[in-house]
Design a protein around this ligand. Structure first.
Ligand code: SF4
Length: 368
């Protein structure tokens, strides 16, 4: 990439610049697959700009998890990955980049704190912009862009935080927001004529009507509903389970297994020593089966029922309680006695006869 044309102080149109603008301009966008990011790509493509996109896998992506967990019903399409689908519709190259390991620091120690749940949106956006700008420079893109709209999100899309995202991501001047460019300071690609500012927009606020009108004008018919969440960290129930995990470990660290397990099953914590994760259907039972290594696994013998995993340091009494509790969630819940199988963390199997726990003995406060 020719860095000389990215000198913000430069005003005169030089010979070098004239040569530059005759080459095809290349832009790299952050693509979630939602309407705004699709529109941002299309608006630039309409100007003849070569657009590619990047989508980051953080470990908390809802769609990636849903695709991995849920087999499609016969005749139905697999759960869609919105960014992949959007890149197909747009006909652009998509780079899916796994940042899950580095992302731990963002989730556990966000400089700007959390949103309504454990979503560190401002730190997350800064991190992604920084990554995208590094990638853009390495791959010879002229600038980066997002589909952000001023005033649309409470944390990362405000008029005071949007410049901060560009600045702290090291991309001041080189991060274009095509959908709201008219109400933001001019960026370098606009100043240098790489992008026609007149053909950008000034959308503002939470209403999505202008975006929907623009989509209709551009013939974009297929896009996900704005209500569909894409990140587990904005989910209240998920955040509660993550906070519970941190509280009981007395540490905010987590592994990939930890955050995957928080996405499935009922989580029940009868005391500080252990937690039981009980599968809610066949797919969750199958998923939990794959995570048995290093944990106690419990299921009823000869009667349909869930598979459950035990996390923590349970005593023998705790395991006896766990067996009774898991019995409660299967078809044998009203039996006088049930044979339960317990597999130790090292794989040793035992069978124990017990009675299912009566519902009145399960404290509501145990549900995480
Ligand atoms: S919702 Fe999740 S992925 Fe999106 S900015 Fe917030 S923390 Fe990042």
């Amino acid at each position: 990439m020719n860095r000389s044309r990215h000198n913000p102080g430069r005003k005169r149109v030089t010979k070098e610049r004239r040569e530059t603008v005759t080459k095809q301009v290349r832009a790299l966008g952050l693509l979630s697959g939602g309407l705004d990011s699709i529109l941002a790509c299309r608006v630039l493509m309409e100007q003849g700009i070569h657009v590619e996109a990047v989508n980051y896998y953080t470990g908390f992506c809802v769609q990636t998890h849903t695709r991995a967990l849920r087999n499609p019903e016969p005749g139905k399409e697999p759960a869609r990955h919105d960014a992949l689908k959007a890149s197909e519709i747009l006909g652009i190259e998509l780079h899916i980049v796994d940042i899950a390991e580095e992302y731990v620091e963002i989730v556990t120690n966000p400089k700007y704190g959390y949103g309504k749940n454990l979503n560190p949106c401002l730190d997350c956006k800064i991190f992604m912009v920084e990554k995208a700008w590094q990638m853009a420079q390495e791959m010879g893109f002229d600038f980066i862009f997002t589909g952000e709209v001023v005033g649309q999100r409470p944390m990362s899309q405000r008029s005071d935080t949007m410049p901060k995202v560009a600045r702290e991501g090291g991309a001041t001047g080189w991060l274009l927001r095509p959908l709201c460019a008219h109400i933001l300071p001019e960026t370098e690609p606009e100043k240098q004529g790489l992008v026609d500012r007149e053909r950008l927009f000034g959308f503002n606020g939470r209403t999505r009507k202008p975006q929907m009108a623009l989509a209709a004008e551009l013939g974009i018919e297929e896009y996900p509903s704005p209500a569909g969440g894409c990140c587990f960290l904005t989910d209240e129930s998920y955040s509660r389970k993550l906070q519970d995990l941190w509280d009981h470990r007395q540490s905010k660290q987590y592994t990939m297994d930890d955050i995957m397990l928080l996405k499935v099953g009922r989580h029940i914590r009868p005391n500080d020593r252990f937690k039981i994760i009980i599968g809610r259907d066949q797919t969750e039972n199958g998923f939990l089966r794959g995570m048995r290594q290093g944990r106690h696994a419990i299921r009823a013998v000869g009667i349909p029922g869930p598979l459950a995993l035990v996390e923590g340091e349970p005593t023998d009494d705790d395991l006896a309680l766990a067996l009774r509790m898991v019995g409660r969630f299967g078809k044998g819940k009203n039996s006088d006695s049930l044979t339960m199988e317990i597999r130790s963390p090292t794989g040793a199997l035992s069978e124990i006869t017990t009675t299912p726990l009566p519902p009145q003995e399960i404290d509501d406060a145990w549900y995480v």
